[in-house]
Structures are given as C-alpha cells and as structure tokens.
Design a protein around this ligand. Structure first.
Ligand SMILES: *Cc1c(COP(=O)(O)O)cnc(C)c1O
Length: 237
C-alpha cells in the first residue's frame, strides 16, 4: 500500500500541475475537476486521498466499488463509475453513483434511466467515444454519438453532460493533443445540434496525458497512478 505521505504529496503535486497548465492555456476559466481513480486501491487509501482534498472518486469495477462505498459511508464523496458496463450491472450503478462516464450504447442508456431511483437527482452521464476507432477499445463510434446523445437527452432520469474518451496510447504530446482536440470538436458539434442541453463536460486526461487534455479543454481529469502509485494488476470484475 502506498504510504500516507506519498498520497498526500502526490495530490499536492497533481493540483500544482493542473493549476500551472490550466493557467497557461485557459486563465480566467474554472479549473478542471480532479477525479482520483481508485481501482484496485483500498478504502484506507481512498481515505488518505480524501484527507488530502480529493472529493471525486472514480471506480471501474462494480463489486469492488460497492465494498469500498460501504466502508466509506461516513464521507461525503461524489462517486463516478468509469468502467465497462454489463447490462446486468446497471441497477447497482444507477443506484450507487452520481456520474457514469462509460455509457456507449442505447440499451445501457435506457436501463440506467429506468433504474435511477426516483428519490435521487438525475444521473449525470457522459458518452464514451472511441475517438481513434480502435478495435480493442470500448466506446461508441464517432458516427453513433449524435443518435446516442439524442436518446440520452430524452431520458428524464439522466442528465447528459458530455463526452469521455481514452485515446490511443501515445507519449507524443502533439498526437495526444490531436486526439483530445477531436473529442472537444465532437462535443462542440453536439452543442450546436442540442443547444438547450447542458453539455459542459469533457472527461479526458489520465496520468500520462493530463497536460495535453487540459490544453484541449478537459473539465474532468481521471488520475490514478500519479495519485496512488503504479498499479500492479488490473483485476476483472
Ligand atoms: C485506470 C483509469 C484511469 C486512470 O489511469 P492512470 O493512468 O492510472 O492515471 C482513468 N480512466 C479510466 C477509464 C481508467 O480505467
């Protein structure tokens, strides 16, 4: 387990990196939100991140997330689901999260809407776009996004907020920026087509490409290893 001091100083370092890059490219606009991605990390590690100022926690695997949520009930946390969604998991996701970033097909949109409990505020969702059209990646194709957005905007228990993407892995900042710019342009197209909608979210940027994502207008950064340390294994659900 990563030590307390490491998580605290990592979060301070990330916040400083966010502020520096944000002020360089987009001064006078609100800073992007930092989401601490805690897949494979313990509730104790999340507690350290919360103590260091994190408020948004992202999880990929439902069972693992539910266990940590019950351990952390005493904390005021905004929980984000960011992993692949099987349709038999939508009820728990609709009941236990404030945001879902990985929505990529019609069936999931309808199930999340039907299963969002009436006493909760509408579920915030992002459509995940497979921006580089990679066969191995989740996410809807670019040419499917507009129809999915229209469907999502017609669901009373959902609030479509924008797009999420995990672009092709590259260390080249110029290529990273081209990929994120394509996501930003796609959101711009949606805003023009649906001017009434509150499409204010670009969920993009991870530990290896955070600065490029900020430069291209990310509003939510999903950061795991630069907060909690390198991941050993990624467990299946
Ligand atoms: C794991 C994960 C992240 C965080 O990745 P890091 O490279 O560890 O910062 C962000 N988004 C998604 C969807 C993830 O699965």
């Amino acid at each position: 387990m990563t030590t307390a001091n490491t998580i605290v100083s990592n979060i301070a370092a990330i916040q400083a990196r966010i502020a520096t890059t944000h002020n360089l490219f987009h001064p006078n606009t609100p800073q992007p939100t930092l989401m601490a991605v805690s897949k494979t990390r313990s509730a104790a590690e999340i507690r350290l991140a919360l103590a260091a100022g994190a408020q948004h926690i992202g999880e990929n695997y439902l069972q693992e997330a539910l266990a940590k949520q019950s351990e952390l009930q005493d904390h005021d946390i905004c929980w984000h689901f960011i992993g692949p969604i099987q349709s038999n998991k939508t009820r728990d996701i609709a009941e236990h999260f404030s945001w879902v970033h990985s929505v990529d097909r019609a069936k999931i949109i309808c199930r999340l809407n039907d299963q969002r409990p009436p006493q909760l505020t509408p579920l915030n969702i992002c459509l995940q776009v497979n921006i580089n059209d990679e066969a191995s990646k989740a996410g809807a194709a670019i040419n499917e996004i507009s129809a999915l957005a229209e469907l999502a905007l017609n669901q009373p228990r959902l609030r479509l907020r924008g797009l999420m993407a995990i672009p092709a892995n590259t260390r080249d900042p110029a290529q990273q920026r081209r990929n994120f710019a394509a996501v930003r342009e796609l959101l711009h197209t949606l805003r023009q087509r649906f001017p009434e909608a509150q499409l204010d979210t670009l969920s993009m940027g991870m530990s290896g490409d955070m600065e490029s994502a900020i430069a291209e207008g990310a509003t939510i950064l999903r950061i795991g290893s630069d907060i909690f340390g390198p991941r050993a294994v990624v467990k299946p659900d």
